[in-house]
Design a protein around this ligand. Sequence first.
Ligand SMILES: [Zn+2]
Length: 459
Amino acid sequence: MKEHIFREYDIRGIFQEDLNQEIVSKIAYGIGKLLKDHDEQSICIGYDARVHSLQLFEWLSLGLAIHGIKIYDLGMIPTPVAYFATFDSALATRNSIMITGSHNPKEYNGFKITLFGKPFYGQDIQALKDSLASFGDLSLSQTPTIQKSAILQSYIDFLTQHFQSLQNFPHKIAIDCGNGVAGLGIIPVLKNLNIDFVSLYETPDGEFPNHHPDPSEEKNLLSLKNLMKEQDITIGLAFDGDADRIALLSTNHSYKGDELAILFAREIAREIAPAKPIIIGEVKCSQVMYEECDKLGSSVMYKTGHSNLKVKLKELNASLAAEMSGHIFFNDRYFGYDDAIYAGLRALELFLHKSVKEVESEILSLPQLCSTPEEKIPTQEERKFQIIQDLITKLQNPPKEFPKILDLITIDGVRVIFEEGWGLVRASNTTPVLVTRFEAKSQEKLQEYKSCILGLLQN
Ligand SMILES: [Zn+2]
């Protein structure tokens, strides 16, 4: 069995090579068993536009049918609609599987799973993996009970109602769906709200013929930027393949996840005053984000990963969580999961009472720090966590010439707080790499912190 497909936050692999009928139906059988053990009778399944998504749906259904679990077929949907379904009173199930390869190359596919109203991840996925070997050969002869659901329409109706304030939005916008599934949700809502828009690659196409559906990479935003320039459009939204990550662009700026968090946090603080918002960021977010959010309420730094952030958001009953990559989770006015369509509409609200220039200057007037992008250092899978442990030990007794360390934050890898900046080294949960990021008040300090920490890593 291909162990690597059982990852920290989801199950993902190459269709047929990793995800074949035997493995997929066993995964479904294991999930069905868990549901039965908890007296749950049903689960929703939705899928993205990949060419093999329907085949995976069939294999999952066969495995679930052995336990007599009823399946609600959500159809082709954005990932957040599979989360939305677990809150739907008509469906009345807290379980869903989204068949999606997210922003990965077209030969990939996988499952994002919600069970009993919570993300199914980490230890849950590992335990599922461990149980598969005991299942033996399954007899897949039961006919699954499948009922079609119109959840996508309920979702569109919900958003249309929720964002009535965007009727007659004063700007024309541009969107890029990257031939993923975002268009299935965002386009009807924009039309319902009479928002003037022009769209790129809105038709779902699992071959992704135009560009890779990952808006966190600059090169994938080029066609949107060109369109905005050509048509003099001041606001743009881009979505990843399954619409749980967003990118916001305006005339002179592309907003990073932590910058979006600041803008959203300010709006939320204004709306819920005198209550004060709790905002959660991941370990890669800028110090500026944490400081700005502390001025509004309080900020919490937490582990990277959409499942981690969803769980923490509920635990703290925080208003918002954000990842640099564009996973934005609204618990304020919403259900607390990462929904790029919802986040995109909340982003449009920012421009209702402020001009594009004013929103841009909110970000450009923040303290400008020097930073490195997220950088990856290849390493060995079985050594990556030990390397981080060794680094922490070394940092606890740093060499004499090392810059002064104010704090070591070890919730996910190690974030080293220096007098004029910080450095992060963490082990990726999903690939055999170490991820680094550095931020400082000057280029000089940035280079100093970076070379000191990377130096310790090599010794
Ligand atoms: Zn995604």
